[in-house]
Structures are given as structure tokens and as C-alpha cells.
Design a protein around this ligand. Sequence first.
Ligand SMILES: [Zn+2]
Ligand SMILES: [Zn+2]
Length: 264
Amino acid sequence: MTGPDRIIPLYSSSSGNATLIKSHGMYIIIDCGVSCKMMTKALVSCGVYPEDVSAIFLTHRHTDHINGVPVFSRKYHTPIYGTRATLAVLDNLSSTVTEIEENDIITLKDGPEVRAFPTPHDVPGSVCYRVINRDTGSSIAVMTDLGRVNDGMKGFASASDVILLESNYDPYMLEHGEYPWPLKKRISGGHGHISNPESAEVAEYFISQGTKRFILGHLSPHNNTPDVARTTFTSYLTDRGLVENIDYEVKIAKKDIPSEGYVL
Ligand SMILES: [Zn+2]
Ligand SMILES: [Zn+2]
């Protein structure tokens, strides 16, 4: 399969997540959190048939990341990779299933290398991924449901060409929104999601290590908006002397249709 590497967020929000990556001549999907029908629709609209997808890598077992897996598996038999805790909640699959460790490096035959790294999210076996083209060395990281970003995670994704980075909530909107207090605490308590300011802060680090292209994703439909996420991100970086479209690019992943993404 020829053509450049690319990343296309297919769906991105607390309602369902899936990201299409082409690397080293192979299509893979990170997470499959919407129905098989919606996955198929999104893939075809991007010019990719579901049968062309060589592997599905799952980050963790929350519904918004695995919802479509059983039906997609039965229909297309796509090989599935995930940690033991993630795979434990999935049954009735008709795919080759590969259990991975939280720190694994998986080399796909005739395809990219996929590295996993544990995230402090509030289910066991939660990981993020970095997909590396073994010919060119270019890489794409998908980092959502992060809890908090620790130094290990920073090192893991450092110098990726593109990072899809969680930017889940605006702290003011969460604080003053309708969510019950326990849920607010769950989201912001270090094992849920990272906020817009946290995302901007970690992006500053990634920019210093050579990453220029970002996609902000997994935005909360209740406690965030694309404009708020973008403005928080660019304002923070502007205050630190970093200029959009010179020092970095940023796009916002759309909730329920494929986003533009990047071609590497
Ligand atoms: Zn999620
Ligand atoms: Zn989650």
C-alpha cells in the first residue's frame, strides 16, 4: 500500500473514539468506540475499506473506546491488540486476539512498530500508543484518557511527528457545570482526563522536543468547546513566545465525523 503516512481522527469525544493511522504502508485503528456501522461509514468516507485495516489497538476498556469491537470483529475479522484487562471485557470476537503488556513494543509484519505505554487512567491496563514507520522513523502518538501526564509519558511520546493529545475539559466549565460532584472529581482527580491548560502545558514540552503538529481530542461535549480548547492552547503557547503555524500547528478533532488530521 503506497502513499504517505497519515492520521485521521474518525471520532473523538466522550461519546466514542477511533483514530485511523496509516504508517509503514499499513492502516491500523486505535480504538473502536462507536458502532461498526459508524466505523464503516467513517472509514469509507476517508477512502478506506474496513477490510483494508490490518489491526485494531485498544487503549482501555471504557465503552467509548471499545463499543464497536465485537461487531467489527465478527464482520471483518480484524486482528485485535489490547492489554489483558481490556480484552477481558470483550467476548464473541472472531479475530486473532493478541494480549499485550503495558510497555510492549509490537512489530507488525510488513507494517509499523507500535509501542504501548501505561497511563494513570481509572481502569486497569490503560495505555497510550506510538506508531512508528520502521523505514522512515516518522511516528504518530495517540494520547487520550491520560489522568495526568507524568515524565514517563512525556518521554514516551517525545519527538513524535504528530501527537493526538487529550484536551478534555475547561476547568471553569467543569467546575460550574451540571455534573455531580463525584463525577467532577473523577474527571479532574488525576485518573480521569486532562484539561485544556494541562494539554497546553504538556504541548509546550513536546514542542521543545521537536513535535510541531498537534490534534486536540477527546473533548467533553459538556465541559468544553472546540473554540475554548483551541484558544486556551494557543494563548498559553503565545504567552511563551511560540507562534502558531511557525513553531507548531494545532487542529481540533471533531466529535462525530472524520477530521482533517495530517499527512506526514
Ligand atoms: Zn475515553
Ligand atoms: Zn477512559
